[in-house]
Design a protein. Structure first.
Length: 197
């Protein structure tokens, strides 16, 4: 699902609720059949959320950042597997450099390498195309297309429908905190609201 809407429409708030950063005032939702707030820590381990900030440690290399992530998730991964993920995101030459000197686009690539390592059930992306050049957009769409083909579920917030057009997705519009079905592709009336949580 891809969420479109103006700034302040509620896209980031919805993603924060789904990631269990914010608790909803009402309603509930499930991840893999389990109510998300029954065990928030378990829920967080079922998903990866990538927002405007990459949440990397600047003094660590990409390999060290990803090893730290793997340890937090209790993923038993060899250093070779982690290096493979760094290579897959196009950062082989920078594997041993601290990420503090990386551009925003490079840091985003390191953050997205987590998806390759963890294969999460749910992937939440808030404006993932920010700071990516044309090549980076194509690369990201390739990673996301592979993730979706393998049965993953993605919810993305973006202002850029052209960049996401290559992906198979359900477009949704958000307005004042409410989801409204895409009227062009799915035939819903403009005011019809969907219950998704």
């Amino acid at each position: 699902m891809v969420l479109f809407g103006v700034n302040g429409a509620g896209k980031s708030t919805l993603l924060n609720i789904l990631s269990t950063r914010f608790r909803p005032r009402k309603g509930s939702y499930t991840i893999n059949g389990k109510e998300a707030w029954e065990d928030p820590e378990w829920s967080r381990n079922q998903l990866i959320s990538i927002g405007h900030y990459s949440h990397l440690y600047g003094h660590l290399t990409p390999v060290e950042n990803l090893q730290f992530f793997a340890d937090l998730r209790d993923l038993q991964l060899s250093e070779a597997k982690i290096k493979e993920a760094v290579e897959a995101v196009g950062l082989k030459r920078f594997m041993r450099r601290p990420v503090r000197g990386f551009s925003a686009g490079m840091r985003k690539r390191v953050a997205l390498a987590r998806v390759l390592l963890a294969s999460p059930s749910l992937l939440l992306l808030d404006e993932p195309y920010t700071a990516l050049d044309v090549h980076g957009v194509q690369w990201l769409n390739g990673i996301l297309a592979d993730y979706l083909k393998q049965g993953g579920t993605m919810i993305m917030a973006t202002h850029d429908p052209d960049r996401v057009a290559a992906l198979s997705h359900i477009p949704m519009r958000m307005s004042e905190g409410k989801l409204i079905a895409d009227t062009l592709n799915h035939g819903y009336s403009e005011e019809e609201e969907l219950q998704v949580c």
